[in-house]
Design a protein around this ligand. Structure first.
Ligand code: GLN
Length: 194
C-alpha cells in the first residue's frame, strides 16, 4: 500500500483520543469508529485501553462486534492496548462469563492480574527491534498467561510477555499512547503499510 494508511480508532469508550493524537503525529489518516459503517473505509484498527467488559457490551449494542470480527478474520491489521489486548485474546480469565473477545491472536490473558499493590506502574522495557528502552505505563493491565504458536513476543516484563504480534495483530498490555514516544504506533503503521 503506497497511500497514507487510513487507521480507525475504536471510539466507544476508553483512551481513544490519545491513540488518535499519536497516529496523527505519525501522519496517519485517522477515523473514529463507532458504527459498522465507520469500519468500511479503514485499512486497520486500533482498539484502546479502557474497560473491556464495557467495551464488549458496547461492541454488541452498536452492532460492531460481528462486522469487526469478519474484518479481522479477513486480515485487517489490528492493534489492541490493555483492554484492547483483552478483546483480541483467545481466552480471558477473571472476566464476566458474557464478556466476548475476538480470538484474533493466540494468547490467553488474565484481567487485572498484576495485583493490588502494583495495579498501576511504569517501567522501562526492552523491545525487539528498538535500540533504546521504551517507557511503558501499565494501568490495571492484563497479564499474558499463554503464548500460542506463531505469536512473536516483542517485549517482556516480570516474566510475562507485554507486547506480542502475529501476522496482522499486535497487542500491548501497557499504554503506548500515554507517553509521547510513538515508536510502538510506528511499528503498527509499518505493519499496516507492509
Ligand atoms: N482492567 C481493564 C479491563 O479489564 C483494562 C485496563 C486498561 O485498559 N487500562 O478491561
Amino acid at each position: 500500500m503506497s497511500a497514507r494508511a487510513r487507521i480507525g480508532v475504536l471510539a466507544l469508550q476508553g483512551a481513544f483520543a490519545a491513540h488518535e493524537a499519536a497516529l496523527k503525529r505519525l501522519g496517519a489518516d485517522v477515523r473514529e469508529v463507532r458504527l459498522p459503517a465507520d469500519l468500511d473505509d479503514c485499512d486497520a484498527l486500533v482498539m484502546p485501553g479502557g474497560e473491556s467488559t464495557t467495551m464488549s457490551k458496547l461492541l454488541e449494542s452498536s452492532g460492531l462486534f460481528d462486522p469487526l470480527a469478519k474484518r479481522i478474520t479477513d486480515g485487517m491489521p489490528v492493534f489492541g492496548t490493555c483492554a484492547g489486548m483483552i478483546l483480541l485474546a483467545s481466552h480471558v480469565s477473571d472476566a464476566r462469563p458474557d464478556q466476548r473477545s475476538f480470538s484474533a491472536i493466540d494468547i490467553d490473558v488474565q484481567r487485572n492480574a498484576y495485583g493490588r499493590q502494583v495495579d498501576s506502574f511504569e517501567t522501562d522495557i526492552a523491545v525487539k527491534g528498538m535500540t533504546e528502552p521504551l517507557h511503558a505505563v501499565f494501568i490495571r493491565a492484563p497479564r499474558v498467561t499463554r503464548i500460542g504458536d506463531g505469536v512473536e513476543v516483542l517485549a517482556e516484563h516480570a516474566g510475562a510477555a507485554v507486547l506480542v504480534r502475529s501476522k496482522t495483530v499486535m497487542a500491548a498490555a501497557f499504554h503506548p499512547e500515554l507517553t509521547d514516544d510513538d515508536r510502538v504506533h510506528q511499528m503498527f503503521i509499518d505493519m499496516v503499510e507492509a
